[in-house]
Design a protein around this ligand. Sequence first.
Ligand SMILES: [Zn+2]
Length: 350
Amino acid sequence: MSDADLPPPPNLDRYVRQIRYPPLGAEGQARLAQSRVLVCGCGALGSMLANTLVRAGVGRVRIVDRDFVELNNLQRQFLFDEQDVAEQLPKAIAAALKLRKINSEVQVEPVVADVDHRNVEKLCEGVDAIVDGTDNFETRFLVNDVAVKHGIPWVYGGCLGAEGQTMTILPRQTPCLRCLMQECPPPGTMPTCDVAGVLGPIVGVIASLEAVEAIKILSGRPEAVSRHLTVVELWDNRIRQVDLGALREQVDCPTCKRGEFPWLDGSLGSHTAVLCGRNAVQLSHPGASVSLEHLARQLEGVGEVRRNPFLLRLKVGQHELTVFPDGRAIVGGTNDVATARTLYAKYIGH
Ligand SMILES: [Zn+2]
């Protein structure tokens, strides 16, 4: 579509301050109004990303999340309030209700779903960019597969403690997540926010960095996209940028170079099964190995933890997670796969 074909944005007054910023301008605003984005995960990063992108006038914002709003979210999930907690609303729905009040010109499409290899391509259909609001690397590697396969730019971001990092992937131009990390961190090796904690301000910083990258892409300015991995640590006041310019040429990335998409075809990633009659769900991770001793240390103070040489048991609220050294877990107290995967991502980490 040429610039002349683009219709004017519906109400320019709303966006006048950002239109006055020359690199965006009226043309960039018109492109934003025509664009579509997927906000993948609507927790801390995702709710702030959705908020920023809806206010900026992105035409369509699809929000997918599998979780519901809880009291311990409010410290860092800027879109939600106590009423959402009381109503136990799914995050995608609570977000959409707020966002429509903020900007009724934007089409907000909430999807309450667990992103997996069966639905991810459908969720990404027709979007011009994907922004990362997930809380786990398994989903990020899945998103990376679908983004590279279909040539959709995506913005990776993550936070833990007072530290966060982000990078933008322009498929076939800049390094992808697998160029950077080679393999998805195995279950139980990476601390999670639910275990190690997280401060609200780092979420604001990383979500803002992600959002501006998305705005560059969606307004037709991909040349302005950062070619760095940016790491910010707010407590010790450190900001680090790693130049990724040569990385794509240096590594033999199976995703970029060989077109292999193992998370998307289901050969990597977790498998789940509802254990009929037991009110439990089993999650398995083929090829994984977990140190129960290390995991027990990580989970100190999180809930009631018991361990023997064969398994570790964590009791949190009404749920009980039994974890085995091969990464397999039985999540008791639910028949719902999405709930079980949420609990695994929160406390074991993957
Ligand atoms: Zn790659």
